[in-house]
Design a protein around this ligand. Structure first.
Ligand code: ADP
Ligand code: MG
Length: 396
């Protein structure tokens, strides 16, 4: 897949109407509907400001939540208000996506003005990537800019379909994701070390498989490591175990050997008598977890080895916590790896929603080269899949 895509800097937007796909899928308070974090709105500001300052009339759109049709609880109107406060200028709002209100307001929009359309998922054609909806969206504007990295793995009308009808380029958020995530996968500074963890093998099958193709070292931790351990004949007690994936895990161990990829598995584990923050705990060798106990973190000897492996890496890609980091008593492995990443001279790339949360919660966010903002999208990236919302953009 080509990650070298045209950006807003490569098109002339002056005097043009620009349809800008944002990721305004913000978390909301269930009771009041209030926006509980405006991080995604803030993240969109650089591209919006650039377009406005360069004389574009900007028609922004986004989905919010998963409505089945129009749903007043999931209107983007509060986002328009917050965006207006952050930008310090009026944000017009259309009460539909491609209906009369949107068409009239888009037609009247002047350079330097900003219009936000209603939730794209109020249109049933959005998730079906209906060409009629894509065309109707395209008819509002002259240029399409995508900056919704969190949605590029979806082939929807506003994330991919619309690009068939307009010159399509990326905004600054997607540009950065492609430079770092794309760069790490397509042309990494070596050695490339991939650290994979998180809950389940089954949710990371494609990631493990693809990274064994491209990495020099693959490190396994977290809940998924117990399925590997069991596959190699270890006792895992009550740890997370996916018995349907034992064969797959053995195949991955074989694949690493065939490819000459160094595969590191835990040598010890911190196990607990119950799944609770205040559980009793003990350190045992990997594959020797007593009956009734469950592994919730990598052990201290494993931590030493994993930290040593990233010390002289050229690039480190990290997806998936090393343990149940939400419980402070079982966050040590994740914390130590995050700290090792903060000290290495390597390019450090974090992908995955919980991994990004862990790095932030543990206070290492500003020490990483790049933390991907798209949970699902960054995983599909690491799987080496073609992302419809990226593939549809013009190549440089
Ligand atoms: P990401 O969102 O970064 O891709 P995942 O969703 O795969 O990561 O995994 C994150 C979750 O994995 C965390 O909630 C964490 O508590 C859980 N986890 C990690 N190690 C274990 C373990 N040993 N047992 C149970 N759950 C675990
Ligand atoms: Mg997750």
């Amino acid at each position: 897949m080509n990650y070298n895509k045209k950006t807003v800097r490569d098109v002339d937007v002056r005097g043009k109407k620009v349809l800008l796909r944002c990721d305004f899928n913000v978390p909301q308070d269930k009771a009041t509907g209030a926006i509980t974090s405006d991080k995604r709105i803030v993240a969109a500001l650089p591209t919006i400001r650039y377009l406005l300052e360069n004389g574009a009339a900007v028609i922004a759109c986004s989905h919010l939540g998963k409505p089945k049709g129009p749903d007043p609880k999931l209107t983007l109107e509060p986002v328009a208000r917050r965006l207006s406060e952050l930008l310090g200028q009026e944000v017009l709002f259309a009460h539909d996506v491609v209906g009369e209100d949107a068409r009239a307001k888009a037609a009247a929009l002047r350079p330097g003005q900003l219009l936000l359309l209603e939730n794209t998922r109020f249109e049933p054609g959005e998730t079906k990537n209906d060409p009629a909806l894509a065309k109707a969206l395209a008819d509002l504007a002259e240029v399409y800019v995508s900056d919704a990295f969190g949605a590029v793995h979806r082939a929807h009308a506003s994330t991919a379909g619309v690009a068939a009808y307009l010159p399509a380029v990326s905004g600054f958020l997607i540009e950065k994701e492609l430079a770092f995530l794309g760069g790490a996968i397509a042309d990494p500074k070596r050695p490339l070390v991939a650290i994979l963890g998180g809950a389940k093998v089954s949710s990371k099958i494609g990631v493990i498989n693809n990274l064994l193709e491209i990495a020099d070292t693959v490190i396994i931790g977290g809940g998924m490591s117990y399925t590997f351990s069991a596959a190699l004949g270890g006792q895992v007690g009550d740890s997370l175990l996916e018995s349907d994936w034992l064969d797959y895990s053995r195949q991955m161990v074989e694949k690493a050997k065939d490819k000459g990829v160094e595969l590191l598995l835990p040598v010890d584990t911190v196990c607990a008598d119950v799944f609770a923050p205040d559980a009793r705990s003990q350190v045992v060798p990997a594959g020797q977890i007593p009956e009734g106990w469950q592994g919730l973190d990598i052990g201290p000897e494993t931590v030493k080895r994993y930290c040593a492996a990233v010390a002289d890496a050229g690039t480190v890609i990290w997806n998936g916590p090393m343990g149940v980091f939400e419980f402070p008593a079982f966050a040590k492995g994740t914390q130590a790896v995050a700290e090792a990443l903060s000290r290495t001279g390597a390019i450090t790339i974090i992908g995955g929603g919980d991994s990004a949360a862990a790095v932030e919660q543990l206070g290492f966010a500003d020490k990483m080269t790049h933390i991907s903002t798209g949970g699902g999208a960054s995983l599909e990236f690491l799987e080496g899949k073609e992302l419809p919302g990226v593939a549809c953009l013009l190549d440089k």
